[in-house]
Design a binder for this molecule. Structure first.
Ligand code: ADP
Ligand code: ADP
Length: 232
C-alpha cells in the first residue's frame, strides 16, 4: 500500500470554455485507506482518478505516490472501470492470468514464480465465485460475471493501489452486494490503498473508510472519516 498526495491540482481540458475540470485540489491518502470519492456528475471525479492513474495529464499542481510524480515511471497502479474490457479470445482463467504486467514478469522468471502466479489466479477465481465458468469465454457470461473477471484480473498482480471508477455501476443489485463484500474483504486482507469513484452516496458510505466529497466549487474538498469497521 502506498501514500498518494495531491497538492494544488489543476486540470483544464484543451479547448474547454467553462471553468476548469479541477481547481486547486488538495488530497492526501494514507497507505491502506479505502477512500470513496463522491460528487455531482461532471465535478471531476473521473478526471482526478485518471490523473492519479497516470492516464490523464494535469495542467497545474503536483500528484505524487510515495513522493514520486505520477507521470514518472515505476509506480504500480491498477484501474477498474464501469465498462470492463476482457480479451474475447482468452478463457476466463487466461484473462485473469495473462495481465500485461504478469507476462513481462514471467518472461524471465523462474518456474516457482509462474506457479505462484497460477496459485493466485486460482485463489482469485475461487474468491470471486468464478470456479464454474473458469473455462468459459467472456461473451458467454453475463455482464456481472464479466465484471468479476475484470476485477480479478486487476487484482492479479497484487497492485498496491487500486483505482476504481464506478466499477459496479452496471451491475444488478444482488451482484453488487456480493462485490461490495468481496472488495471490502480484499482491501482488508491485502491492505491495498483504494480510491473508489461513485455517484452513489450509500455505496460510498458503506465501502469507504473515508468518504471524500468533491464539491463543484474551486478548492472545496471535504472528508468524512468513517468509524473503523469492527473486526469480522
Ligand atoms: P465526473 O467523473 O465527476 O462526472 P469528469 O471528470 O468526467 O466528472 O468531468 C469533469 C469535467 O470535465 C466535465 O465538465 C466534463 O465534461 C469535462 N471532461 C471530462 N473529460 C473530458 C475530455 N476528455 N475532454 C474535455 N472535457 C472533458
Ligand atoms: P463519467 O461522468 O461517468 O465520468 P462521462 O459519460 O461524463 O463519464 O464521460 C465518458 C467519457 O467521455 C470519458 O472518457 C470522458 O473523458 C469523456 N468526456 C466527458 N466529457 C467530455 C467533453 N466535454 N468533451 C470530450 N470528452 C468528454
Amino acid at each position: 500500500s502506498r501514500h498518494i498526495n495531491v497538492l494544488g491540482l489543476n486540470k483544464r481540458y484543451p479547448g474547454a470554455t467553462g471553468p476548469d475540470a479541477l481547481e486547486s485540489i488538495d488530497l492526501s491518502i494514507e497507505p491502506g485507506e479505502f477512500v470513496t470519492l463522491v460528487g455531482a456528475s461532471g465535478c471531476g471525479k473521473s478526471t482526478l482518478l485518471r490523473i492519479i492513474g497516470g492516464l490523464e495529464t494535469r495542467t497545474g499542481g503536483d500528484v505524487c505516490i510515495d513522493g514520486v510524480p505520477v507521470d514518472g515511471p515505476g509506480v504500480d497502479r491498477a484501474m477498474v472501470f464501469q465498462h470492463y474490457s476482457l480479451y474475447p479470445w482468452l478463457s476466463v482463467t487466461d484473462n485473469i492470468r495473462f495481465t500485461r504486467k504478469l507476462k513481462a514478469h514471467t518472461a524471465d522468471s523462474t518456474s516457482a514464480s509462474v506457479e505462484a502466479a497460477s496459485g493466485r489466479a486460482d485463489t482469485l477465481i475461487r474468491v470471486m465465485g468464478l470456479g464454474h465458468v473458469r473455462d468459459a469465454w467472456p461473451n458467454q457470461l453475463s455482464g456481472g460475471m464479466q465484471q468479476r473477471v475484470a476485477i480479478a484480473r486487476a487484482l492479479m498482480p497484487k497492485p498496491p493501489i487500486l483505482l476504481m471508477d464506478e466499477p459496479f455501476g452496471a451491475l444488478d443489485a444482488q451482484t453488487r452486494d456480493v462485490m461490495h463484500d468481496l472488495i471490502r474483504h480484499l482491501a482488508k486482507v491485502e491492505k491495498t490503498t483504494i480510491v473508489f469513484v461513485t455517484h452513489d452516496v450509500d455505496e460510498a458510505i458503506y465501502l469507504g473508510s473515508r468518504v471524500v466529497v468533491l464539491a463543484p466549487r474551486p478548492g472545496r474538498i471535504d472528508s468524512i472519516h468513517a468509524v473503523p469497521l469492527p473486526a469480522q
